[in-house]
Structure formats: C-alpha cells, structure tokens
Design a protein around this ligand. Structure first.
Ligand code: ADP
Ligand code: ASP
Ligand code: MG
Length: 406
C-alpha cells in the first residue's frame, strides 16, 4: 500500500464532467489499495475572474488579506463538489480547507510561503480509509487569516501536503500528457519527456514552464519527493521527476510572459553604481531576473539592461528614478510587455557550440534580441512578446528537440 497525493488543476476540474473524471482517477488509485489525498484547484478561469472583480473595488490592491479570502473561494467550491461526487460513488471522503489541514503560512498575502504543516488530523482520516480532498492554493497565518500562495500555487500545496504526510509520490494531473520539450500549445512537434531530474525540472519551471510551479519543484527537490505529471484526460504514464533519473543535454525550450525590461544608458561609476542600484531594488524586494552590462564608446560609461516581473515594473522604475539614483545614468528606457525565451539543459554548461546554435537559430528567424544571458543550465534572451512563437519554434528545431526527447 502506498500513500499518494493526487493534484487536479483548473482545466482538469473546470466543470462537473471534468470533476467526475477526477473522481474516477481517485477511485482507481484507491482500488489499487493506496491511501489517497487530493489537492484540488479552482475551476480554470475562476481565480482570474475573482481577481477582476476585486480590482473593481480595490484598484490599488490595498486589501490583500481580504483579497486572499475571496481568491481562495474557487478551490473551496471544487473541493466540496468533488467530495459529493466521490460520496455518490460510494466512497468515503471529506473536504479540508488549507487551514483545516494545518497548512500554516507567513503573512505575505498573495505570495505566502508555507512555514509549517500540522497534518495529524488529515493523516488520521486517511488511515480510516477516507479520501482527504484539500483545497489547493491556500493556507492560514498563525493569526488565523487566510492566505494564498501565488498564482498556480496549488502545485505548491500538493507537494507541501505530500511531504507533510510522507506520501510515496505526488501526482500532478493536468490538461497535457506530461512535461514536453516545449509548450505543446505553441510547438506541435514538442515531445513528451518521460523522465527528468529535479534540477532540470526546476530550471524549466523557473524559466517559465507553466505546467509546474517552480516552488513546488524546489520543495520536491529538497524533500526528495518523487513527482509525476500526467493527463487527466488521456491515459499514459506522463513524466516522472525524481532524483537519479535520466538527464538530457537540452531538456526543452521555454518562455515567460511575465517579464518587463528596464535599460539604463550611459551609466557612470561602474560597479559602485550597479551596487547602489541593485541594493536599492533589493530593499524594495524587487527581484531582478537577468542583467546585462555592456560598455559604451565613452570611457567610463556603460549600458545596463535588466528584467523584472511585470508586477514589479512600476516599483522598479520609481526606484531607479528616485533622487539618489537618477543622476547615475543619462537615459532610461523601459518596456513593460517583454518576454524571455530560454533553452534549458544540463549540457549547456559543458558543451561548446550551444550558444552559437542559439544565436544562429534566432538570427535565421529574424528575431532581434534585447539582451542575452547564460547560466550553467540555461541560455535566455529578452524579446518583444509577439516573437515568442517563432522563437520557441526556431530554437526547438535548432536543438533537434523535434526529433528526440533526449
Ligand atoms: P493546471 O490547470 O493543471 O494547473 P496549467 O495551465 O498550470 O495547468 O499548466 C498546464 C499548461 O502548461 C499546459 O496546458 C501547457 O500549455 C503549459 N505548458 C507550458 N510549457 C509546457 C511544457 N514544456 N510541457 C507541458 N506543458 C507546458
Ligand atoms: N486557482 C489558482 C490559480 O488559478 C491556483 C492554481 O490553480 O494552482 O492561480
Ligand atoms: Mg497550474
């Protein structure tokens, strides 16, 4: 007998027909003798709709605690519906809100982090043969205020629950057959990757691969929790992500739309100015994703390009325009609607020629990059949003990902 956490995403639970399908998967897992805890998302689109409604009354996002109460309600509806369906099938089941399950978070409303999981009661219910259906995406502060974990956060709830209850595996059911070499919605020739190491998956997720939230992969990696990504709608073994599994020279091409770009031209003062700028941004908790510095023809001056999330764009701008910093550079340019396209793979660190393939593929597709950055496992380029599709396709082809999934 194993203990399995099954997470169903928004598209897998968008309506009652889809929920009935989720219930069938749960019944199958139970029939094989396992204990089953379920983590359920809101029906797809509902969280975004609720968010829109909130902005009608809270334009400046000042009431983040109440926002969380509202945003977390979609998951609650689905948890109740799924439990009713399971009971109507003759199975024992009950719902658990994040707070009932004991998922305690910090008070960073909207992007809360789980700091403790007191899941004793939920484990007792599993041992008694009940299916525990927990709402994803939400937790509670020590002061009993409801929090949410950030968009896409049900994946984080699932892995957190799996580690807290010492599950044998966490299965993420979604609308695609697993993790592919590129987003199958964009690249029809994308191939399913049957096995991935946690390091590869983390790099894919943190550079934009939406199928798993990067924090869920981080947690699974540190807690050595095996993950499986598979389809709710189509039979198949999906993608297994676990320590010691096969690794790939290039795992995939990925993109993130959540990028904005700020360029400072004619920056004086070299490293000292950069230190001043980035420490001011860090003080405001603005995450910087990609930094490229290049020298100019004028001695002592350089140009600096960096990326932030779209959400942080305005705050980042006001920091670099602030009195103490605006004198450090000559011109400022910013674009809020940017994207970052990346190639990810363990082979990028050791194989010469990988960067050349990247530049050649984008040049041949007539894609003008705004900045390029490399790390051990990734090559990323900033580009305007409308170029995503052609860039993903060009890179997918250039690295031979359409031919093989290794
Ligand atoms: P869920 O509602 O189940 O949480 P998401 O919408 O968060 O699902 O994630 C699934 C989506 O991720 C897929 O529909 C797919 O378009 C997208 N996606 C992006 N990149 C990839 C990739 N490399 N492999 C698989 N899916 C991907
Ligand atoms: N419902 C939340 C969202 O849409 C959480 C999730 O689906 O993972 O972001
Ligand atoms: Mg998701």
């Amino acid at each position: 007998m194993a203990r399995i956490v099954m997470k169903f995403g928004g598209t897998s639970s968008a309506n009652t027909d889809a929920l009935r399908l989720c219930a069938k998967h749960v019944a199958r897992q139970l029939n094989s003798g396992d204990e089953v805890a379920v983590v359920i998302s809101a029906p797809s689109g509902m969280t975004a709709e609720l968010s829109k409604k909130i902005s009608e009354v809270d334009e400046k996002s000042k009431h983040l605690d109440e926002t969380d109460l509202i945003l977390s309600s979609g998951e609650q509806i689905n948890a109740g519906l799924l439990v009713i369906i399971l009971r109507e099938m003759g199975l024992k089941a009950r719902s658990w809100n994040g707070w009932q399950a004991g998922l305690i978070t910090d008070d960073n409303h909207g992007e809360a982090r789980i700091i403790e999981a007191r899941t004793g009661d939920l484990c007792d219910s599993l041992k008694a043969g009940e299916v525990a259906v927990m709402t994803g995406f939400q937790g509670v502060t020590k002061e009993c205020r409801i929090t949410t974990l950030g968009r896409g956060g049900s994946d984080v709830s699932a892995v957190a629950l799996a580690t807290a209850i010492q599950a044998d595996r966490c299965d993420i059911y979604t609308d695609v057959a697993g993790v592919f070499t590129a987003d199958p919605a964009i690249e029809k020739n994308a191939k399913l990757i049957p096995e991935l190491s946690p390091e590869e998956m983390l790099e894919l997720a943190s550079s934009g691969t939406k199928v798993l939230h990067s924090r869920s992969v981080e947690l699974a990696m540190s807690e050595q929790m095996p993950l499986r990504v598979l389809s709710t709608f189509k039979a198949g073994s999906g993608t297994v992500i676990a320590k010691g599994l096969e690794t790939h020279l290039v795992s995939g091409v990925t993109y993130s739309r959540d990028v904005s770009q700020i360029s400072l031209m004619g920056l004086a003062g070299g490293i000292d100015s950069m230190q001043q700028l980035f420490s001011a941004l860090a003080k405001k908790k603005i995450n910087i994703d990609l930094v490229v510095q290049s020298s100019t023809r004028q001695t002592g001056l350089s140009n600096l390009v960096f990326a932030t999330s779209k959400l942080d764009h305005d705050r980042a701008l006001s920091v670099v325009r602030s009195d103490g910093l605006s004198g450090l550079y000559q011109n400022l340019n910013s674009v809020q609607e940017m994207t970052k396209v990346s190639v990810v793979g363990l082979g990028l660190r050791s194989q010469s020629g990988m960067l050349e393939i990247f530049f050649r593929a984008l040049a041949e597709a007539n894609i003008a990059m705004h900045a390029v950055a490399t790390s051990e496992l990734r090559i990323s380029a900033l580009m305007p949003e409308h170029m995503i599709e052609s860039a993903v396709k060009a890179l997918h082809f250039a690295y031979g990902l359409d031919k093989t999934s290794t």
